[in-house]
Design a protein around this ligand. Sequence first.
Ligand code: LMR
Length: 401
Amino acid sequence: TWSAVPAGPPDPILGVTEAYKADKDPRKINLGVGAYRDEHGKPYVLPSVKEAEARLSALKPDKEYLPITGLAEFTQNAALLAYGADSEPLKQGSISVTQSISGTGALRIGGAFLARHYPNSKIIYLPVPSWGNHTPIFRDSGLEVRGYRYFDKKTVGLDFEGLKADLLAAPEQSIVLLHACAHNPTGVDPTQEQWAQISDIVKERKLFPFFDMAYQGFASGSTSHDAFAVRHFVSEGHHIALAQSFAKNMGLYGERVGAFSLTTTDPDEKARVNSQLKIVIRPTYSNPPLHGARIANKILGDKALYTQWESEVKGMADRIISMREKLYSALTHDLKTPGEWGHIKSQIGMFSFTGLTPPQTKALAEKAHVYMTADGRISMAGLNGGNIEYFAESVDAAVKG
Ligand code: LMR
């Protein structure tokens, strides 16, 4: 029956983890998937998450189904975290929000909803490059995927002129996907002034902004600072779509906790949009998982736990920044590795877009047992005091060929 089914390629990101797991060398390092590791290279369960879980289990909660759009208290708290207490649509009760299977699920609900109900266009513009899963998510949702310039290889920074030119040339009413903060994979974000200009262009061209906010708190260590772009667009009167993930900032990767929201004109429009979100979700996975949403809700809804969580997010962001400094100094000062490495320090969030080429990344995997995505992206969180020297020496060897 399946003799004509061709073998598909491994996933560009999760396939790296598979290759890493199959490697038996004790020096091996996985810098592929964006998952935080502590200073000993171990997965990190946030103390605030442990505390929330302990409080939850003391309540002996039931295991009933959630509603189709999830735990209502959680989705309200998630919207508050993203939009901020001063947000007009939040105050007016006109944000339609549903729980989602983390960020991917949020993007997919959004893609499916837009393909069905956005009246104006089926074209979505993604930054080039973007997270590897964006293209398949939106393509499989039934949208036509196009790119806008984002990363400038020469400056290893934002190609702001290219970005503006491409958005200005996009057909009116197209959808534009924006990484709210800590752009994946480049670690390069627009400045606040640049965001203001992007907002103006999106308004002028009547584009529809769809924000992916998978790293709120990871860019600056502050969740409100990282929400600047989202809040600025909303305060400028844009209607937006927003995908949120709690995988990274709460370390709830496998619990699959996220939210998808749309700002609408009024509570009546919101109710109609909500009803259609349910019609997208019900035949897809019926209703979302319970446990992770309860944890996130406990943290977001309790003042002391929330404050503790914010400091833990900052702790993760700070450890990553210290690894950036150590790596930069090892390559530049200790090893005198050819090339310019300043971007390792200036890039933001969990990733660094190193500039290593596909042959170099291949050599690093084969010779040094160091794994990263083929585009040269490394998850800085995979580095620690115990492996950073070996990593820098391996990069040095790969660059010197
Ligand atoms: C990543 O980019 O590594 C993360 O967003 C994890 C994933 O699902 O790809």
